[in-house]
Design a protein around this ligand. Structure first.
Ligand SMILES: Nc1ncnc2c1ncn2[C@@H]1O[C@H](COP(=O)(O)OP(=O)(O)OP(=O)(O)O)[C@@H](O)[C@H]1O
Length: 254
């Protein structure tokens, strides 16, 4: 379970990008963060894995506070968090299976990592994960020859190779056509349930959020303005989340 409590963040010491942001994502749950551009969605994701340091608050992953860890503890804890990016972040000349195997690099000694020394059991697992995301037949294709949707599913398999407790996705379908978007969202939803992973997704598409998320967190001006089951997101509630005059962080001083 992910618990975010009272997060505060200012990049410049003046304007607040996050103000008292709190929410919970249960194990096996898919939660979507929606809100207008500049609302703070990416800042929330980066604060969770401590890619940026928030100023105040708590980020508890299965009760471990990510903000209280030293460097080596943080490196260890990040192994529990899979990341899915809009631009896939794959090594294009490598094959799909080689990219998936990179997901277990964090568990290896530096030397084994440098020489990409993988155990047979790891190679078998990587292949099984590619099969799980529907890409068993593409395991030995270079990623540069795959479609956007296929690349994103390689990214998901790579994240799964870490055995994550949480997957953070920053606009995972922003570059995809509707059919590929559906496949990616279905894959994420299925994994959350089957693998008991909490999945937190930044999305720009309200309809997709309603369709695939269990839980929706609406952000405007760095504040949580909606936090409820997906069914509760009526058109009126969605319009409220995107209201321009709700943009609070322009005025909010630290
Ligand atoms: N590195 C940074 N330095 C200074 N300000 C930043 C930085 N990153 C983000 N911000 C500011 O923080 C606020 C939130 O930005 P963030 O990128 O989290 O929004 P977002 O909801 O993810 O937007 P989008 O949907 O456009 O990606 C914005 O006002 C933005 O200008």
């Amino acid at each position: 379970m992910l618990e975010v409590k009272h997060l505060m963040k200012s990049y410049d010491g003046h304007k607040r990008s996050l103000t008292d942001v709190s929410f919970t994502v249960a194990t096996g749950e898919v939660a979507a963060i929606i809100g207008p551009s500049g609302a703070g969605k990416t800042t929330i994701l980066r604060s969770i894995n401590q890619l940026i340091k928030d100023d105040e608050g708590q980020v508890l992953l299965n009760e471990l506070d990510m903000r209280q860890l030293n460097r080596s503890q943080l490196r260890q804890a990040r192994q529990n968090i899979g990341m899915i990016f809009q631009n896939y972040n794959l090594i294009e000349p490598l094959t799909a299976i080689e990219n998936v195997l990179h997901g277990c690099l964090g568990n290896k000694s530096t030397l084994a990592g440098i020489f990409s020394l993988y155990r047979q059991s790891e190679k078998e697992e990587a292949l099984q994960l590619l099969q799980k995301v529907g890409l068993g037949n593409f395991a030995y294709q270079q990623c540069r020859h795959l479609s956007g949707g296929q690349k994103q599913r390689v990214g998901i398999a790579r994240a799964l190779m870490q055995h994550p407790k949480l997957i953070l996705c920053d606009e995972p379908i922003a570059s995809l056509d509707p059919k590929s978007s559906t496949l990616v969202m279905e894959t994420l939803r299925q994994l959350a349930i089957e693998e008991h992973i909490s999945v937190l997704i930044n999305l720009h598409q309200v309809d997709i959020s309603r369709q695939y998320a269990d839980h929706i967190i609406g952000i405007n001006g760095g504040q949580v303005v909606f936090d409820d089951h997906a069914e509760a997101l009526t058109d009126t509630a969605a319009a409220q989340i995107y209201r321009k005059d709700l943009v609070l962080n322009e005025e909010a001083a630290v």
